[in-house]
Structures are given as structure tokens and as C-alpha cells.
Design a protein around this ligand. Structure first.
Ligand code: G1P
Length: 292
């Protein structure tokens, strides 16, 4: 079995929930403390063993690619003024041996369509998808994505991260059907069905899909034929449902052990900044002083 080395990170969204902040700045570059959201997610992917990051982007969001590229003028300035520590923080973003490339999504046609845009780079291999709106603060030393990669390495099966949510939240997410089974940390269970944003009445469980996926390449073939929904979007959830319903491939649900922040929303973005600052040695005391 070939190890997973490629991860798709869709970054073509317009960030409308965070306007006006995202009028001229891609939402993925909004910072949590002093690091942009996208950098946390890229680091998470690399920690899990990913070697090739594929950004699915759009016109107007070139600043994301620039963030991971060299900035000669700035580097020269920091070098000549002796600011070595700050210089290191911008030159070592991506370790040796890791590549970042990008493809374009020409129209907003959903997550499934974004993934299809990277089809030719995948070259038939199983792959990971990480959605950068969701920032995960792990309660364990090993983060959820690394655990999912380990599960894939021992089972060769797709892995989907899930979180238990309240009834009122079910209609905002993809929901998995686990045949009434409950999940425990570190013990994945087979998914029978998936439904995208069901009304609570039709939700098959209260486990929602978090934006971390490890998927078999067969999903790409299904996505190429998936009919768009009523909003013209090709849903990844619909393709995954077809894959598991037909028994073509198994996908397991992995229960998260992280605190999850939806940083595409004001609450989540603020929450992530506060939680990370409370965990940061140099800011902890200051946070306590101003909050308590
Ligand atoms: C997408 C997926 C959904 C998943 C969610 C996680 O929804 O379609 O199944 O639960 O990401 O963030 P979106 O947030 O794009 O509406």
C-alpha cells in the first residue's frame, strides 16, 4: 500500500461571513495571534506526514501563495538589520522536502468541485483534504489528523473526522450514519451513509463531519459524475455517500479529541484567538489579567 503524501486544501471561498475584514485579505490569511490560519493547517498536514500540499485557489487570493514564497526584499532588510529571530519566522515556513502547488477553481461550485480541480495532480493516489476554516486545538500530544493517517496506514481505509454536536447544529454539516453505534476516541467505526446538512428530523446520528478527510482515489471518479445540488454545488458528502452505500470502499469515522473552532465565523475566530493565547506561554498571564 502506498502512503498518503498529497493533501488538498481548498482556499477559493469568498469569506463572506467575515466581511469587511476579508474584502481585500483572503480569510485564510487572518491571523490567530501572529500566524495566519492557513499556516496552522499546512503545519498540521505536514505533522501528519503529508509531503505535497495542493491549494485550490481563485483569482484575487494570490497573497496565500505569496505567504509561502520568498520575500527577498523583506528577508534582505531583516538580515541586514540583524533581526535574526524574525527572519527565521518567515524563512522556515515549509521544511525541506515539502512542496506547495496550486490549481485554480474558476467558479464557486462547491467542495466536491474544488477537489475535482486537483484531480490531475493526484495521479490516481489516495489523498487527504483539510478545510482551513476549521482550526483544531488538540487535547492530545498527537493531533487528530496524525491519528487518522496512522489508522489509514494500518487499515488502508478512508478516514473522516467527526464531532458530536447538538441537535440544532446538525443542519449545518455533513452527518454520518453509524448504524446507531456510539464512537470512542481511538476506535474508528465504519460509516454506512452520509447526508449533507439534513434537518434534525432526518439526521441519522449527531456526529457531524469535521473538515479533515483521508479519501480513496475512487471518490474522484464518483465526483466527476455527481449531479450538482439545487444550488449548483457538487457536494463531497454526496460522492462519499455513493461510495460507501454501494460498498465500493469503506470509510471509517474517527472521533475528534480536539476543541474545534470555525474560523470562518466571528465567534470561532475570536474563540480560537483567545484559546490559543491562553495556551501561549508568553501571553497567558496577560490574558488572565485582561479577562479575569
Ligand atoms: C463542508 C462539508 C460538510 C462538512 C463541513 C465541515 O460544508 O460540505 O459536510 O461538515 O464542510 O466544515 P461547508 O462548511 O462548506 O458548508
Amino acid at each position: 500500500m502506498k502512503k498518503i503524501t498529497k493533501a488538498i486544501i481548498p482556499v477559493a471561498g469568498l469569506g463572506t461571513r467575515m466581511l469587511p475584514a476579508t474584502k481585500a485579505i483572503p480569510k485564510e490569511l487572518l491571523p490567530i495571534i501572529d500566524k495566519p490560519l492557513i499556516q496552522y493547517v499546512v503545519e498540521e498536514a505536514i505533522q501528519g506526514g503529508i509531503k505535497e500540499i495542493i491549494l485550490v485557489t481563485r483569482s484575487g487570493k494570490e497573497a496565500i501563495e505569496n505567504h509561502f514564497d520568498k520575500n527577498y526584499e523583506l528577508e534582505h532588510h531583516l538580515e541586514s538589520s540583524g533581526k535574526k529571530k524574525i527572519l527565521r519566522s518567515i524563512t522556515k515556513l515549509i521544511p525541506n522536502g515539502i512542496s506547495i502547488s496550486s490549481v485554480r477553481q474558476d467558479s464557486a461550485r462547491g467542495l466536491g468541485h474544488a477537489i475535482l480541480c486537483a484531480k490531475y495532480i493526484l495521479k490516481g493516489e489516495d489523498f487527504a483534504v483539510l478545510l482551513p476554516d476549521e482550526i483544531l486545538l488538540s487535547k492530545d500530544e498527537k493531533n487528530d489528523f496524525s491519528k487518522m493517517m496512522n489508522f489509514y496506514n494500518s487499515s488502508a481505509q478512508g478516514q473522516l473526522l467527526v464531532e458530536k454536536v447538538r441537535k440544532e447544529e446538525l443542519s449545518n454539516y455533513g452527518i454520518v450514519d453509524l448504524n446507531k453505534k456510539q464512537l470512542n476516541i481511538d476506535s474508528p467505526k465504519k460509516i454506512n451513509k452520509l447526508i449533507e446538512k439534513p434537518s434534525p428530523k432526518y439526521a441519522p446520528s449527531n456526529y457531524r463531519v469535521v473538515g479533515r478527510y483521508i479519501l480513496p482515489f475512487e471518490v474522484i471518479q464518483i465526483l466527476s459524475k455527481t449531479t450538482p445540488d439545487k444550488n449548483g454545488e457538487i457536494q463531497l458528502t454526496d460522492a462519499l455517500d455513493e461510495l460507501v452505500s454501494k460498498g465500493q470502499k469503506s470509510i471509517d469515522a474517527v472521533l475528534t479529541n480536539s476543541k474545534i473552532f470555525d474560523c470562518g465565523s466571528k465567534k470561532g475566530f475570536l474563540g480560537a484567538n483567545i484559546a490559543m493565547a491562553m495556551n501561549d506561554k508568553s501571553l497567558k498571564k496577560y490574558m488572565k489579567d485582561i479577562i479575569c
